[in-house]
Ligand binder design. Structure first.
Ligand SMILES: *[C@@H]1O[C@H](CO)[C@@H](O)[C@H](O)[C@H]1NC(C)=O
Ligand SMILES: *[C@@H]1O[C@H](CO)[C@@H](O)[C@H](O)[C@H]1NC(C)=O
Ligand SMILES: *[C@@H]1O[C@H](CO)[C@@H](O)[C@H](O)[C@H]1NC(C)=O
Ligand SMILES: *[C@@H]1O[C@H](CO)[C@@H](O)[C@H](O)[C@H]1NC(C)=O
Ligand SMILES: *[C@@H]1O[C@H](CO)[C@@H](O)[C@H](O)[C@H]1NC(C)=O
Length: 352
């Protein structure tokens, strides 16, 4: 397997693919053992084999409307991860699922360049499109329009979170990282010991969001894209573009608050990437980036912030509603398809 040198620089394949030959042997042996055990307990053979990917083809039976798009590359998945929404845990999950479901995951270690110029966009598009498929990618980066570079876009996914809870989480996360001496410049004691409520009420620029000003720390630009207006607070063009992109390019956008529902929708919508997601996620244990010493923030203070983040909330409610609709649609379509009396997706997954 050959990767271009630029690719190796940024998107690193997971262990599973770097140790590919060994992995195949282990998988083969495990497969033989698994198969023998299954044969003994008399599970039909096609139930086992249908779970494996025919290499090079992913027939996507996504029950979503991709018809607005001329073409979508169903062999590639792009998770342009929004920070502070459980993305570290989701990457851990994807790495495990890549082994199970037989695809390669490429992880980017670039965390601080989300708004990238045309050259870098072109480079990312080229990297994504030049890897062997099926494959998945993650990077903290605002939406990239693959069509603009003459390429069919991958399936986009993402996870977002209640906007103010996310801002509070980042506030404490920044300080936790600084306290662990992970930052180059040591911040002042004043900054380190700043209280979130005080920061909002002062108001301190770190906790202030003013209409017309530009913010790269919000969730909306991840869906709107690289254009300057995408970062402008509450810009009507930005929210409109974000919603359009979600409808056109994102198969699933989940929420951290509804992680169980998100996993279930991912699993049924994109089985070739997410089969087993629900079960594996709940075996992962402790969430790595969790803040343990978060200050309790009063509801009134949260309300002050909420009042200024109109577009962030519009996006959040839009995503939440879409997720609920997908969940309902999936249950309905599965009921019809299999003519089975499922009422909830939990029951459906138990059956599989
Ligand atoms: C993406 O690029 C194509 C081709 O340049 C353009 O027609 C389309 O409007 C762009 N989409 C977005 C969301 O910017
Ligand atoms: C960070 O560095 C300071 C001195 O520069 C030291 O006192 C402190 O214990 C260090 N903290 C951690 C978590 O390593
Ligand atoms: C909210 O916006 C108002 C009006 O632009 C501004 O005065 C206030 O400081 C902002 N508050 C926060 C917490 O961003
Ligand atoms: C925000 O970005 C827009 C578009 O680039 C620019 O026109 C505007 O001046 C910026 N606003 C501020 C307050 O910097
Ligand atoms: C999600 O599912 C797990 C395992 O089934 C359960 O323990 C947990 O309580 C659920 N969480 C929520 C928020 O429903």
């Amino acid at each position: 397997m050959k990767y271009s040198s630029v690719l190796v620089e940024e998107f690193k394949p997971t262990r599973s693919s770097r140790f590919f030959p060994r992995c195949i042997i282990v998988t083969f042996i495990a497969g033989v053992v698994f198969y023998s055990v299954y044969s003994v307990i008399q599970v039909p053979v096609n139930e086992i084999t249908s779970g494996h990917l025919a290499s090079g083809s992913i027939p996507c039976n996504c029950p979503f409307d991709f018809s607005q798009l001329e073409s979508i590359d169903k062999q590639r998945l792009f998770y342009n991860r929004v920070p502070k929404c459980g993305s570290t845990t989701l990457i851990t999950l994807i790495r495990k699922l890549a082994i199970r479901n037989n695809y390669i995951h490429f992880n980017s270690k670039i965390y601080d360049r989300k708004n990238v110029d045309e050259e870098e966009q072109r480079r990312i598009v080229k990297q994504v499109k030049s890897t062997p498929s099926p494959s998945s990618f993650d990077r903290h980066v605002f939406f990239i329009n693959f069509t603009r570079f003459g390429e069919s876009p991958p399936i986009f996914i993402n996870i977002i979170r209640e906007p103010v809870e996310r801002i509070i989480s980042s506030f404490f996360y920044r300080r936790m990282v600084a306290r662990q001496n992970k930052t180059k410049v040591k911040p002042s004691a004043y900054w380190l010991n700043k209280k979130f409520e005080h920061c909002v009420l002062t108001p301190d620029p770190e906790c202030t969001f003013l209409e017309g000003h530009n913010y790269s720390v919000l969730q909306l630009p991840y869906f709107c894209g690289q254009e300057p207006e995408c970062q402008q607070l509450n810009d009507p063009r930005a929210i409109q573009k974000a919603k359009q992109n979600i409808e056109k390019y994102y198969s699933v956008v989940g929420t951290l608050e509804e992680m169980n529902m998100t996993l279930q929708v991912l699993e049924v919508a994109l089985p070739h990437f997410f089969r087993g997601a629900y079960h594996v996620y709940h075996t992962l244990g402790v969430h790595r980036n969790q803040n343990l010493h978060k200050e309790q923030v009063k509801e009134e203070v949260k309300e002050i912030l909420r009042a200024n983040l109109t577009a962030e909330y519009e996006l959040y409610y839009f995503v939440k509603q879409r997720l609920y609709q997908q969940y309902q649609t999936l249950i309905e379509s599965r009921k019809k398809q299999d003519n089975l009396p499922f009422t909830t997706l939990d029951e459906l997954l138990d059956y599989q």
